[in-house]
Design a protein around this ligand. Structure first.
Ligand code: MGD
Ligand code: MGD
Ligand code: SF4
Ligand code: MO
Length: 717
């Protein structure tokens, strides 16, 4: 303990001119940055060429990181909603007020009456990583929700079932592969997800330079499809039969080459037998011969990997898709070997630090949906607030999120939030969600806090470790997120008359920098001293084979047919039977989402830098579908689903699969009443005013892809 504190480094002095290393926390690529400061102000943001993972890459969003720091819209001090609008209040007053109200709710209605939603930016904050779980546990509520259940829960469920831990998600070893099959992901825009792969464009060029191939299955000819060697349209929501038909092909043709520690292959063969490539073709549009050929090519490649993401997790059969992708990788002969899928070995390994997933310990009150990993689906939040009866949610805490724009039927959620007794948001902006709060507690933002990426080193295509001290000092009138968590947990516990035990209080009082120091030194892959000496990042080398030693399963074997997953096959079978007999409704279109390299989920739409250029919020539709409806490019249309309707401009795009339309998520800004008032803010409409909370994968994850909609001309007066 004698060296405690070496990672606590001073921020730049007032008026500093020079360069300083930083890190971008806006997406999973975790790019290293080189910042130029003049007179204490960041005037330039470039990629750091010395970073062993990001190698100098930076995207337009990274350049906007300094805008967040300087943004006049960003909250620096707590605000309280009053009849006369938002007023700033002091931290003590704010924390006391919030603790009073939360404690009162818990006393009167029980801890589960306080709901908690944590959003995506938490995964990118060290303070949440070190203190978030303790804070949440201290609140004592089982009504926990997060952005995970509108994102990657199916992948985590499959990983837990196959490899024994929800964070053991295999990563495509892109730098050494010769065949990459991308299903429902668009890393050219997203920069990769559950595959930390900064500079994806260069890595694809390198793949091609090695004579490798990339194939994309996607209902839109995306930016990634355009740099691929082959792209096939797949009808939204129909990947499971296609992927299962690939598994079937490997087994039927005797091509499967699973590792010796895999069990259940005979049963697997029985289970996938009904899923022929021909049946898959009938629903998906992917030709049976293509499905067979891709399966064969995966095996025949020197090294090959299948990678799936949002397009296959946020659909009705997200867990079956995720499992089928894992199974393909297990059978391909490339599992856990260079160029196949591999498991990163982060210097701080959350697999060691977190318990394995659990499932079904409790259920949601209204719909009876099972808990997974301690959380309920975000899609049930609104009904848990509005459905009368014992156990109704009375208060909400949101941390770094915007579920009104990011979860299905956001409009209903917005109304439900207004019916709560109390809401507090820990957030740096007033957005479409936090504007419903009674109090907003704004923590420091990226450049004002230390960063070690606890999450994404664990999904990175290369093993590295990097410590990035805060660039700017935290003002005396500001708080880090971990300080807010500590203060709230303590005050709520005191009011309940059950003060925190010493261990919990100690954990909450510890500076994240000191915890990182302890964990790095204990991890044995590097040391705190080494990361301090290498602010560009310590290179721990390419991914290495780690199986079966790292499996968290009983006896370190993989059961390839876990019940929790394969029990969902009859539902797929029933859906397929229905799809075969259903008369197609000529008018119906299937709605999917999209991401753009200058968008960042629901925020940063107020920065001039990122909103320049052509509008990106339009509905995209194939020209034939436009013509069939007598619509023209640029016209305003009404898009209607079971849940709601929006009015938006439509753009003809032959990149769309016929019968499929696309809207990005994260728009629908309600400029009035929030500070998102910059002239550059593009309101757009929210796709989640159309998506349906009734549609869930077996994991509880929202099924966004393939929302049935109709599109028509706006009736003109
Ligand atoms: N239809 C559809 N819906 C989707 C998706 C989709 O593809 N289609 N994508 C889903 C996915 S993958 C995700 S991850 C979710 C994201 O959904 P959410 O996590 O709910 O929303 P974000 O837009 O990421 O929320 C960002 C908010 O966090 C705040 N924030 C930013 N940085 C910080 C910080 O450091 N500290 C704190 N306290 N607050 C901060 C900002 O104010 C911002 O408004 O959306 C999901 N929703
Ligand atoms: N620029 C930018 N980067 C981001 C984000 C951002 O908002 N903007 N968000 C970050 C976050 S939180 C995440 S989770 C990641 C997500 O990273 P990705 O998953 O790579 O991002 P998406 O663009 O949502 O890609 C999903 C793809 O699936 C396709 N798709 C939709 N439905 C189906 C289907 O049924 N089947 C198939 N096969 N494909 C389908 C869509 O057309 C789309 O191309 O991106 C991260 N990076
Ligand atoms: S790809 Fe862009 S947004 Fe993502 S970490 Fe790198 S610079 Fe930031
Ligand atoms: Mo996400």
């Amino acid at each position: 303990m004698t060296r405690m504190g070496i990672l606590r480094q001073p921020p730049v002095p007032d008026g500093f001119t020079g360069t300083r290393l930083g890190v971008c926390n806006l997406c999973e690529a975790i790019c290293g940055l080189r910042l130029t400061l003049e007179d204490g102000v960041v005037t330039g943001v470039r990629g750091n060429p010395d970073d062993p993972l990001s190698r100098g890459y930076v995207c337009p969003k990274g350049v906007a990181l300094a805008d967040v720091y300087a943004d006049p819209d960003r909250l620096r001090r707590p605000v309280r909603r009053t009849d006369d609008g938002w007023v700033e209040i002091g931290w003590d007053e704010a924390l006391d007020l919030v603790a009073d109200r939360l404690a009162a709710t818990i006393t009167e209605h029980g801890a589960d009456a306080v709901g908690l939603y944590s959003g995506n930016p938490n995964a990118h904050s060290l303070g949440f990583g070190t203190h978030g779980a303790t804070f949440i546990k201290a609140l004592g509520t089982r009504s926990r929700f997060s952005a995970s259940s509108v994102d990657q829960v199916p992948q985590q469920l499959a990983a837990w079932q196959l490899f024994g831990h929800q964070l053991m998600i295999p990563v495509a070893d892109i730098d050494r592969t010769s065949f990459l099959l991308v299903v429902g992901a668009n890393p050219m825009a997203s920069n990769g997800s559950l595959m930390t792969v900064p500079d994806f464009p260069q890595r694809v060029r390198d793949l091609h330079a090695r004579d490798g191939r990339m194939v994309v299955l996607d209902p839109r000819r995306t930016e990634t499809a355009k740099v691929a060697d082959e792209h096939h349209f797949v009808r939204p929501g129909t990947d499971a039969p296609v992927l299962l038909a690939m598994v079937r092909t490997l087994l039927a043709e005797g091509l499967a080459a699973p590792p010796a520690y895999v069990d259940g292959l005979e049963r697997l063969a029985e289970l996938v037998e009904p899923f022929t490539p021909e049946r898959a073709e009938a629903v998906s549009g992917v030709p049976a011969e293509v499905t067979r050929r891709l399966a064969r090519e995966l095996v025949a490649a020197d090294a090959g990997a299948v990678y799936g993401r949002m397009g296959v997790t946020t659909q009705d059969f997200g867990t079956l898709c995720s499992w089928a992708i894992d199974v393909l990788n297990l059978l391909s002969g490339h599992f856990d070997s260079p160029g196949g899928v591999m498991f990163p070995e982060p210097a701080i390994d959350l697999v060691e630090l977190q318990g394995p997933g659990r499932h079904g310990r409790w259920h949601s009150r209204v719909r009876g949906i099972a808990e997974y990993a301690g959380e309920l689906p975000a899609a049930v939040m609104a009904e848990e607030m509005t459905e009368p009866g014992e156990g109704r949610l009375r208060a909400m805490v949101t941390v770094a999120g915007n579920p009104v724009l990011s979860t299905p039927d956001g409009r209903a959620l917005a109304e439900a939030l207004d019916g709560l007794d109390f809401m507090v948001a820990i957030d740096i902006y007033l957005n479409e969600t936090t504007r419903h709060a009674d109090v907003v507690l704004p923590p420091t933002s990226a450049l004002e806090r230390d960063q070690y990426d606890l999450v994404f080193h664990g999904f990175a295509v290369r093993n590295t470790a990097r410590w990035t001290p805060a660039v700017h000092a935290r003002g005396d009138d500001q708080r880090h997120d971990w300080e807010v968590f500590a203060a709230l947990a303590t005050r709520v516990a005191d009011r309940l008359g059950t003060p925190l035990d010493d261990a919990t209080a100690g954990r909450l009082a510890a500076d994240p920098a000191d915890l990182v120091e302890l964990l790095l030194d204990a991890g044995g892959r590097t040391t705190a001293a080494e990361v301090l000496a290498h602010p560009e990042g310590v290179d721990l080398g390419p991914l290495r084979p780690t199986m079966p030693g790292r499996l968290r399963t009983p006896e370190q074997r993989i059961d390839v047919v876990p019940a929790l997953v394969v029990d969902d096959l009859p539902r797929l079978e029933a859906w397929l039977a229905g799809a075969a007999s259903a008369a197609s409704d000529g008018d119906e279109l299937l709605l999917i989402g999209r991401r753009h390299k200058q968008d960042c989920n629901s925020w940063l739409h107020n920065t001039t830098r990122l909103t320049r250029g052509r509008p990106r919020h339009h509905l995209l539709m194939h020209p034939d579908d436009l013509a069939a409806r007598g619509l023209s490019d640029g016209e305003r249309v009404e898009v209607r689903s079971r849940v709601g309707a929006v009015e938006v401009e439509v753009t003809g795009a032959d990149d769309m699969m016929p019968g499929v339309v696309s809207l990005p998520h994260g728009y629908g800004h309600q400029v009035e009443g929030t500070r998102l008032g910059h002239a550059s803010t593009v309101p757009g409409v929210s796709i989640n005013d159309l998506t349906d909370p009734a549609r869930l994968d077996v994991s509880g994850n929202a099924a966004f892809s393939g929302t049935p909609v109709t599109v028509g001309a706006l009736s003109r007066p």
